[in-house]
Design a binder for this molecule. Structure first.
Ligand code: OAD
Length: 247
């Protein structure tokens, strides 16, 4: 089904909603996606900038790239998709937001029931003691930054290619998805397989599957609801159709 009203009705009936987001949800806030026109991986090679090996070779260069991206995110504002998702978790239903986005916009919009499975550009993590620290809202004065706890070299607190997902976080995500009655996947290409795997896991455990994307993806055929439209517009219309109050 591909109407807003059909999905809004399913949302009203659900008692346990999981939402999986990707870069497309932030593109209307001016944050570049990774693939497609203007995508970061069209301009840059991931293996030069988003691997532990690249960081070991030249931590200063990697930090400069992440500082550029962090400045973009700090200058951006959450859009209607982020705001509606933050409002959705306020309802009586069980809710979990699972995001691949590292831009911090979901949390800035007010989402708290959220798992940032690819980490966050707004934090550093110590390469020695592992402590995570929020970064200041201004550009860093020296790169790479040091850990405030032990003085070790800090790295961006993001998941790089070749690294594993956090076990505890994945357990929490799977345990929620096993009981979810609706899983909504928005703005992700599915080229990185995790959103597809998580969505199919939920579907195998009985969840209905919905997708919001401006293009067809590998998930579209399996989806019970498919809205081919920009995320901010889709979420605004869903909020209106289901009478959701935005903060
Ligand atoms: P991609 O850049 O791969 O895909 C973005 C998706 O968003 C595409 O399917 C677009 O069609 C869709 N899209 C673009 N604008 C949209 C809009 N306004 N509304 C709805 N959909 C829109 O981004 P991700 O799937 O998030 O990982 O990428 C997954 C991971 O690959 C990222 O988290 C990152 C990257 O390498 C790491 O850095 C670990």
């Amino acid at each position: 089904m591909n109407s807003i009203h059909a999905l809004a009705e399913a949302l009203q009936r659900t008692d346990s909603l999981a939402v999986i987001t990707g870069a497309g949800v932030s593109s209307e806030s001016g944050i570049p996606t990774f693939r497609g026109a203007g995508g970061l991986w069209r301009q840059y090679r991931a293996e030069d900038l988003a691997t532990p090996q690249a960081f070991a070779r030249d931590p200063q260069l990697i930090w400069e790239w992440y500082e550029w991206r962090r400045a973009l995110c700090m200058g951006a504002r959450p859009n209607a998709a982020h705001r509606v998702l933050a409002a959705m978790e306020q309802g009586a239903i069980d809710f979990l937001l699972i995001t691949q986005n590292v831009d911090g916009l979901h949390l800035r919009a007010g989402s708290r029931k959220a798992e940032e499975i690819h980490g966050s550009l707004l934090r550093q993590r110590c390469t020695v003691c592992g402590q995570r620290t929020e970064l200041p809202l201004a550009p860093l004065s020296s790169l790479p930054p040091c850990c405030p706890a032990c003085g070790g070299v800090g790295r961006p607190d993001v998941l790089w290619f070749g690294e594993s997902y956090d076990d505890g976080q994945m357990q929490r995500v799977h345990s929620f998805l096993a009981g979810a009655s609706l899983v909504l996947v928005a703005g992700t290409s599915g080229v990185v397989p995790i959103p597809l795997q998580l969505a199919m896991f939920a579907k195998q455990h009985g969840a209905l599957l919905a997708e919001i994307n401006i293009e067809k993806t590998a998930l579209s055929l399996a989806a019970d609801f498919c809205l081919k439209m920009p995320a901010a517009e889709a979420f605004s219309q869903l909020a209106e159709a289901s009478g959701l109050q935005l903060r």
